[in-house]
Design a protein around this ligand. Sequence first.
Ligand code: G1P
Length: 286
Amino acid sequence: MTVKPVKKAVFPVAGLGTRFLPATKAMPKEMLTVVDKPLIQYAVEEALEAGIEQIIFVTGRGKSALEDHFDVSYELEATMKARGKSMHLIEGIRQKPGSPVYVRQQEPLGLGHAVWCAREIVGDEPFAVLLPDELMVGGFMRQMVEAYNQVGGNVIGALEVPDSETDKYGIISPGQRDGRLTEVLALVEKPKGKAPSNLMIPGRYILQPEVMKILDAQEPGAGGEIQLTDAMAKLIGTQPFHGFTFDGARHDCGDKAGWVQANIALALAREDIGSAVRDYVRALIG
Ligand code: G1P
């Protein structure tokens, strides 16, 4: 079996971020920082580390800070150079993603619609999707690409959550498990009532381009939105479809508590500030 390599990644970043108001009134939610880096940069770095070459942002009104973040900041660089300051913290950002492509999602019709907005750039190739409010530590996309290179088809993240949380996510109906890979038998977005399992989709996907054709005609689903999960469900049986369980840490930064926890966890792991934060947290909780 020849498996076409994954070289493109789509980042849906048009969402309004209402869960983080007032922080996100005038700032994209993807620019919220965890310690000193915006969420979007963690996701882009995860993709680049996995060998992705083409970054595609599906953006919208009020998101220009994202474009500026991955661009050259002439004033900043000139000033830093003149002052003899180290450039290493900003240099990598503008160079690594090459020339990102920005497409607009003009209406908030759902994740499926956002991904569909990238169809012309994706073309006839497999592609990755990364949702930046899910912050992964440990190279989730790299591990998924390695698995995909073995099995081909579609590979989506699959992580266990408590039963009480299954109604918040896309849920996998699992078949046979082989190591980290689980066959996907069915998918349901935000199941009401009993979920088929507690295996959720944590915002990481490697998909075949055929899903775009399905999205062309996809009707709204859960929450009245065009759901990527519903379109993916229609691929099952026509192409290999696996869930992949990640060996690493997941932080749900779409949620306030999850975002605070991510800040603490990543701060504690830092060489420069870890011990100061550790001492403070210890003192705080007595
Ligand atoms: C989206 C997807 C869902 C997935 C989740 C991960 O939902 O639709 O399938 O499990 O992201 O965070 P949202 O959080 O946008 O409602």
